[in-house]
Design a binder for this molecule. Structure first.
Ligand SMILES: NC(=O)c1ccc[n+]([C@@H]2O[C@H](COP(=O)([O-])OP(=O)(O)OC[C@H]3O[C@@H](n4cnc5c(N)ncnc54)[C@H](OP(=O)(O)O)[C@@H]3O)[C@@H](O)[C@H]2O)c1
Length: 317
């Protein structure tokens, strides 16, 4: 099956030999299974995470399962909630010089009940899910442009159900765990769409795409030591939701498709065909996020929070 066929099969991806992808939060969940699918198609993958032990365990499990993968998988420490860590990781990747795609996947999916801030002074969920990725993609823009690369941002179907307008992205007022999560996903989706507009306008040869995995749970995913070890109770609870959930292996399909399918275009959103589960298909972002004025406001808020401007001029080819 070709990469651009209507059906998608991760066992039959385009040949990715000679291509390099960086995945954030790749020691577990969707990031791990996306890395696995990329490596199986021949890609060189930079697995990143904030904890060296979890990262090493995930790399060992991934390479043990894929023949000849040991030389094609490297690890890099990257804590997306910490702008210093993002800068350091981006500098390492720039030195290595080759990057075809970024999967901006890491995320706090169970936010703390009380608002917390990072050492940079930003609200934790926004910082981890959105600001770190904004800073990373900006710092690697020229490296990506050199390979006419692609960046994929992680949205969520929750943004269509609770379309919180991020007028206060840092949630200085009215914090709740759920609001922080959904709002961070409104922000990442808006950033993905706004990045596409700005990249086109600046004629930078980089594509920005958004993807979401539907509802993908650990308890519906095969057990892997150090990577996916749900409790028996967790499996039981997740299995009760089987009709509306899928495994994280399956949830990684639209993410990988958004990253490597040559027929995917900048500014698109990809997700499962049945919204919560199914094969990848193009989807429609929530009305609020499609509003360019909202996306522009979000972009400027992220520039201010990270004190970073993307180097569009320098990245133009
Ligand atoms: N699963 C779903 O149904 C679903 C639905 C919509 C969107 N998403 C999005 O998909 C992404 C992955 O979700 P998931 O279900 O795979 O979650 P997960 O199993 O909890 O994995 C999250 C990953 O992000 C990493 N991470 C968290 N904070 C980090 C930080 N500060 N720096 C670097 N890495 C960090 C975690 O690393 P540690 O092990 O160190 O914590 C882990 O590798 C998230 O952006 C999430 O919002 C998921």
């Amino acid at each position: 099956m070709s990469a651009s066929a209507a059906d998608w099969d991760p066992r039959n991806l385009p040949d990715l030999h000679g291509r390099t992808y960086l995945v954030t939060g790749s020691n577990a969940g969707l990031g791990f299974f996306s890395s696995d699918q990329l490596v199986r198609a021949g890609a060189h993958v930079i697995m990143t995470g904030r904890n060296p032990n979890r990262l090493a365990a995930a790399r060992a499990e991934l390479t043990a399962g894929v023949p000849d993968a040991a030389g094609t998988v490297e690890t890099l420490l990257l804590d997306t909630s910490n702008l210093g860590s993002v800068r350091a990781a981006a500098a390492t990747v720039r030195q290595r010089g080759r990057l075809d795609g970024l999967l901006l996947n890491a995320g706090v999916v169970h936010p703390p009940a009380q608002r917390q801030t990072t050492r940079d002074g930003n609200e934790l969920v926004l910082a981890t899910n959105a600001l770190g990725h904004f800073a990373l993609a900006g710092a690697l823009l020229s490296t990506l442009a050199a390979r006419r690369g692609r960046m994929v941002w992680l949205g969520s179907m929750s943004t269509s159900l609770w379309s919180y307008d991020p007028v206060d992205p840092q949630l200085a007022e009215g914090y709740s765990a759920w609001r922080a999560y959904v709002q961070s996903k409104v922000v990442t989706t808006a950033l993905g769409l706004e990045a596409d507009r700005r990249l086109r306008e600046s004629r930078v040869p980089v594509t920005s795409v958004v993807a979401h995995p539907g509802y993908s749970t650990s308890g519906r995913t095969r057990g892997i030591r150090g990577v996916n070890e749900p409790s028996r109770l967790g499996r039981f609870a997740d299995n009760l939701q089987a009709p509306i959930t899928q495994s994280k292996e399956h949830g990684a399909w639209p993410l990988v498709r958004a990253l490597v399918d040559p027929s995917v275009e900048g500014g698109q959103l990809w997700g499962p065909s049945l919204v919560v589960k199914g094969s990848p298909r193009q989807a429609k972002p929530a009305r609020l996020i499609r509003d360019p004025a909202v996306a522009e406001r979000v972009w400027i808020a992220c520039e201010n929070a990270t004190r970073l401007r993307w180097p569009f001029e320098a990245a133009r080819r």
